[in-house]
Design a protein around this ligand. Structure first.
Ligand SMILES: [Zn+2]
Length: 179
């Protein structure tokens, strides 16, 4: 498992992680676009591949949901339009509506499989606002549990991930399909 290649999307946050086989992708520098074109964009590339290797949880008509390769918490998902647009104001009414629907469904699915206590939901618009991949719009859906911001990320700069991402993806995708 530790040698397995994992494709995916994410924004490295500089934290080291315990027991995370997907760290290899980070070490290799994958998912870091060389420029802002769609050809370099992981959010454009991922939906063209397999769900399991790309960590795609759900595909809609105009938008899709993918696990963050660098999760802040287990089940951290990103809701993205298929279209390579940077800004929320560039969405069509239909894209905005589907992103909203997928966000609500993502919250319901996470609650059904993990009983999350709360969520952080939102978009970072522009690199100045913290978007790691600013060229392609994405909404974060981050499940939160009481006590999840414990001393380890602060003191040790280390996050523990209770589940391997591929297993998390499977759990969420299957729960979503049952809805
Ligand atoms: Zn893109």
């Amino acid at each position: 498992m530790g040698e397995e290649h994992q494709d995916g999307i994410g924004e490295p946050d500089g934290l080291d992680r315990l027991w995370n086989p997907h760290r290899m992708a980070y070490i290799l520098g994958e998912s870091k676009p060389a420029d802002s074109s769609s050809g370099e964009c992981p959010f454009c590339r991922i939906p063209q591949g397999q769900d399991d290797t790309g960590l795609v949880v759900r595909r809609g008509e105009l938008a899709y949901v993918v696990l963050n390769l660098y999760p802040y918490a287990p089940g951290h998902m990103l809701v993205c339009p298929y279209r390579h647009i940077a800004d929320y104001t560039e969405t069509t009414d239909e894209e905005a509506a589907e992103m909203a629907d997928l966000t609500r469904e993502a919250m319901r699915v996470v609650r059904s499989v993990s009983a999350a206590h709360g969520f952080n939901v939102g978009m970072n618009q522009g690199e100045v606002a913290g978007a790691g991949i600013a060229a392609h719009l994405h909404q974060h859906v981050v499940p939160r549990w009481s006590g999840d911001a414990n001393f380890m990320p602060v003191i040790g700069r280390t996050k523990t991930l209770p589940q391997v991402l591929t297993e998390t993806r499977r759990l969420l995708a299957e729960a979503w399909a049952r809805d």
